[in-house]
Structures are given as structure tokens and as C-alpha cells.
Design a protein around this ligand. Structure first.
Ligand code: G3P
Length: 546
């Protein structure tokens, strides 16, 4: 790659930021501390191939696309998802002051102010936003070209990932989704804690020295350190102790950076399957203002929509709800004898707790939903009536579902056992494949679009899931009934229920364009909440099938 040296004026500006004079490539490390050479491009592979070369990547400025000035939206996510709407509102109201602080005192002061508002008083032990919420949004902002440049480093362990954001906000994303090895250093500051709570104050220099110690342990000395920065945080990065030990700096021009594109989902080093949090949009200052203005109306609307769904027959309710922005569509045709079919089992993928309601609306008949985890409040508010609670006891659950089918009910089951927001299907628990009987199983492919809030949560209060879903300005369910799958061979012992379950999973995935996984509810909850997702094992099922 051709290296372009800086034009004189830009070089002077960068030199001023570095508190240095002119640049001179190839100096000794000590001399390099005062005058690194600056190149207006991403670091080329040939420069990074050396055995002892260390690459310092400015995460905020180079790795992430330069849309999120001051990283405000990420702090807003922490404030709203780990804190509350009130904390988010406080951060939003302070935004003008924070922006002014950033302009006058530098980005670091703005970051410190945002960290103070977003973190102060949060419990350390239960803070999971860095792992469960932020990666979904940070991944969307990764610049493909920057990641590719960082991957040119000869040894991934000798890349130092530097961020002005607190470590708890960036390290899980880097380690778990960008596959930054444990041996590589993440140079980010800790948020100070006291008595198990975050104080909101950020530590000062410790991040740099510990990152350098770690890098040295990984085989990188400070002899040949190359920096890679760009965008709005460049000035801050160039003033940092890490930049001061760089022998050379690679700082792509704004023109070059403006051509960088978002890393496509298919190129995520680790796929994003699970995430948590209520917001279905990134809360930039303007988007956050829009949300706070919508909230009171959304709250009233959710109650009104629920009332309409519970009181009116489907044909009137769906028309009225569509006028408020809550729509649904049927893709393809209904199952051939859906109106007269009794004792039919429907197996659908699981997007929200409302899935069975839309199967019922599409069929225009009452169905019975079976579910492992449904809050008492959501159950009481269900427009399709009683949900049958599964106990994860194969014999008991099988008998309950067989009883429902035997008496002619249409039964809707979500064999994933938990919801998934991304285009993946979790493992299908095979019990349903043993219960299809003569009629077999009708797979149902469901897709849902939300504009503002997710109607599911792993770590939050599930009782308000329906209200979050119903307070979206616009949302749409798509329901597609697939061809009936014959399950007789399972009953006759000629086919394994797991094979049938896997084939139903594949059929639904193909219809939706999603990817099949063998991940389970336990995997999801371990990742997002730190438990196995078991629901009050000691409690008896709240409703028995009569
Ligand atoms: O996403 P979960 O784990 O709350 O599961 C949803 C329940 O199955 C309710 O339908």
C-alpha cells in the first residue's frame, strides 16, 4: 500500500497535538516518544509483519465508524438499560453541557462526565450491559476496513486496543465478538467502585501502564510501536501516553475514512445471536429526544391496544390496531383444513411472547399456547386465554400437551424454549415431534419488526414485556404456515424425534432465511444473565390442564 506523508499544514497540526516538532521516521524508541512519523492511511501489512511490532488501535476513532461523536449513544445505552429512564433523561438533559465540555475541554472530559451520569450508583455485581447490550450496537459501528487493518498485525496478541470509554463498556465486545485474545491488552480505564457500586469516577493512567505490561508479556516491547487512529477521537488519542510511545502513526484522512463501510453481519468474527436490553434503536441525542417525547403516548397506546385485543373479535381488533401502527401479514396460504382442524399441533419459532396470539389471529380460531416461561401478569393479559405452563419434565409436559390435542385443541408450541431476536433459530426441543399423532405438525415461521422497543427481556421484568411490545410506534408480525410434517414415523419408532425436530427447525430457517444453531435457552441465559434460565423449579405449575 502506498504511504502518503502528511501535507505540511496537517502535519504541523498533528505535531502540535503531540507536543512535538517535525517528524522523522526510523528513530530510536526513546526519540520516537517525541516525534512519531505520521502517515495518512491505514497501517499496511508489510509494516505490521515484524516479529516485535506492536499495533495500538484507537477503538473509538479508528475501529468504530465516526458517526458517534463523543460516544454519547453508548453511554445512553448504559444509562437506560443498566439504569432507568430517569437516568437516561438526566443524561439527555445534560447533553448540551457535555457537548460544550467536549468542545472546550476535550473529549476525555465529556467522557468522564457521561460516565459519571451513566454509572454512578449502579451495582457492580449485576452490571451486564457491557456484555449483553452494547456489543449489538458496537458491532454495527465497526468499520470493515479498520478491522481488516488491525488484523494485518503479525500477532493478534501484540495488538493493544485503546478506548477512552470505560473497560466494562468495550472489553466484552472486543473479547467475545472481535475475538481479541486474552493475551492482547485492552487499554481502557476502570470506573471506580465503592461498597459494590460504581462511583462514576474513572481511573486515570493505570490503563496505559497495565496495557503496556501486558503487551510486553505477549512479546511486544516498546521498541517498535505503531499507532492507528482516525476520526473525532484522534486528537485525544494523539495526546495519550500510548500515542507518545508510537514510532509511527497511521491516521487515515477524513476523506478516506468516509469511504469505510460498516462490517457486514456475515463477517462478524463471532456471530451475534443473543443480546438484551429494551431499546430497538441506538439512542443518539436526537433519537433519545424522540423516544422521550413518544413515551407518554406509547404508554397510553399500549394499554389501549391491549384492551382492544382483549375485547374485540380479531376481525375488528386487527383492523383497529393496524390503524395505530400495529399490523400483521400472512405470507403464503393457511394450512389446507385449518378452519376445521382439531387436535392440530403448530410448532413455531419464538420471537416474542405474543407469537401464539398471531398464530391464533392468522387461523382466526382459538389456540392453546404452551410455554415454559411466562410471567403471571402476561398470562393474565393474554388475549388467547390460559397458557399451559410446561415444567421441563418430559413425562408431565408430554402428557399435558397430549391431553390438549386429544380433546381437539389447536396447540401452539415454541420448541426453542426461549425467544431469539436475531436471525438465528435455537435448538428445537424434540418433545413436540412425539406428539403430532396422525395429523403431524404444522411448522409456522414467524418474523417480527419493532421500531422502538423489544418486547422480550432476559434480565429485566418479564411482566412488562407486552407493554413494551405494544408501545412501539410501529410493529409488524409476519406469519407463514409451512407444509405439514408427518410425524407418524416417530410414534412408530421408525424415526428419532430429534431428527424430526431438526428438520422442522431447518424448514422454518429456510422459510425465514435464518440460520440454525444448537444453542439453547441455557446458553442464552448464561450469556445474558449469568444463570441457566431455569424458572422457579420448586414452584408447581400454575395451571393444570383440565
Ligand atoms: O424469552 P423468554 O426466555 O422470556 O421466553 C419467552 C417465554 O417463552 C414466553 O413466551
Amino acid at each position: 500500500m502506498a504511504k502518503k506523508m502528511l501535507p505540511a499544514a496537517a502535519n504541523e497540526l498533528l505535531s502540535a497535538l503531540l507536543h512535538t516538532g517535525t517528524t522523522a521516521p526510523g528513530r530510536s524508541p526513546r526519540a520516537a516518544r517525541s516525534s512519531p512519523a505520521v502517515h495518512r492511511c491505514a497501517p499496511p501489512a508489510a509494516r505490521l509483519a515484524g516479529a516485535g511490532t506492536t499495533l495500538v488501535v484507537d477503538v473509538d476513532g479508528a475501529l468504530l465508524l465516526p458517526r458517534r461523536s463523543l460516544s454519547f449513544a453508548y453511554f445512553m445505552l448504559v444509562a437506560l438499560e443498566a439504569g432507568s429512564f430517569l437516568r437516561g433523561l438526566a443524561l439527555l438533559l445534560l447533553y448540551p453541557a457535555i457537548a460544550l465540555l467536549g468542545a472546550l475541554g476535550g473529549r476525555d472530559m465529556a467522557v468522564r462526565a457521561m460516565a459519571a451520569v451513566a454509572f454512578c450508583g449502579l451495582r457492580v455485581g449485576t452490571f451486564r450491559a457491557g456484555r449483553a447490550v452494547l456489543p449489538r450496537w458496537l458491532l454495527e459501528d465497526v468499520a470493515a476496513e479498520a478491522l481488516e487493518a488491525a488484523r494485518r498485525a503479525g500477532d493478534p496478541a501484540r495488538v493493544v486496543w485503546a478506548s477512552a470509554m470505560p473497560r466494562v463498556m468495550v472489553e466484552p465486545f472486543l473479547r467475545e465478538y472481535l475475538q481479541v485474545p486474552a493475551a492482547a491488552a485492552v487499554a481502557a480505564r476502570e470506573v471506580k467502585t465503592a461498597w459494590g457500586f460504581y462511583t462514576g469516577l474513572m481511573e486515570c493512567r493505570e490503563a496505559t501502564s497495565s496495557a503496556l505490561r501486558k503487551n510486553a508479556a505477549a512479546g511486544g516491547g516498546d521498541g517498535d510501536v505503531v499507532g492507528f487512529s482516525a476520526g473525532g477521537s484522534m486528537a485525544e488519542f494523539l495526546r495519550s501516553p500510548l500515542a507518545s510511545i508510537c514510532k509511527e502513526l497511521y491516521v487515515p484522512s477524513p476523506e478516506e475514512q468516509s469511504k469505510w463501510r460498516r462490517l457486514p453481519r456475515r463477517d462478524y468474527p463471532n456471530p451475534l445471536v443473543f443480546h438484551d436490553g429494551r431499546l430497538a434503536f441506538l439512542p443518539t441525542p436526537l433519537a433519545a429526544v424522540a423516544m422521550f417525547m413518544w413515551l407518554p403516548l406509547g404508554a397510553v397506546l399500549s394499554v389501549a391496544r391491549l384492551a382492544v385485543a382483549m375485547v374485540l373479535p380479531y376481525r375488528y381488533a386487527t383492523a383497529l390496531l393496524a390503524a395505530t401502527g400495529q399490523s400483521w401479514r400472512l405470507r403464503g396460504a393457511l394450512p389446507p383444513d385449518s378452519r376445521g382442524a382439531s387436535g392440530q399441533l403448530y410448532a413455531c419459532n419464538h420471537r416474542t411472547l405474543i407469537d401464539p396470539v398471531y398464530v391464533s389471529i392468522a387461523l382466526d380460531r382459538q389456540v392453546r399456547a404452551v410455554s415454559y416461561s411466562l410471567s403471571r401478569l402476561s398470562d393474565m393479559l393474554s388475549p388467547i386465554g390460559r397458557t399451559v405452563h410446561l415444567a421441563r419434565d418430559r413425562a408431565r409436559d408430554g402428557a399435558a400437551m397430549a391431553r390438549l390435542l386429544g380433546r381437539g385443541d389447536s396447540v401452539v408450541v415454541c420448541p426453542e424454549g426461549t425467544t431469539c431476536r436475531e436471525p438465528y433459530l435455537l435448538r428445537f426441543s424434540p418433545l413436540f415431534a412425539e406428539l403430532g399423532g396422525e395429523r403431524g405438525v404444522v411448522p409456522v415461521a414467524l418474523a417480527v419488526e419493532n421500531s422502538m422497543f423489544y418486547g422480550t427481556t432476559a434480565s429485566g421484568w418479564k411482566g412488562v414485556d407486552p407493554f413494551y411490545y405494544l408501545s412501539n410506534p410501529r410493529m409488524c408480525y409476519t406469519v407463514e404456515f409451512l407444509d405439514r410434517v408427518d410425524t407418524a414415523a416417530v410414534g412408530e419408532g421408525k424415526a428419532a424425534s430429534t431428527d424430526v425436530a431438526n428438520s422442522v427447525q431447518r424448514l422454518i430457517a429456510a422459510a425465514l432465511g435464518y440460520e440454525c444453531t444448537m444453542l439453547t435457552r441455557k446458553d442464552k441465559y448464561l450469556m445474558l444473565v449469568g444463570n441457566d434460565g431455569a424458572v422457579a423449579a420448586a414452584a408447581p405449575p400454575r395451571r393444570q390442564v383440565r
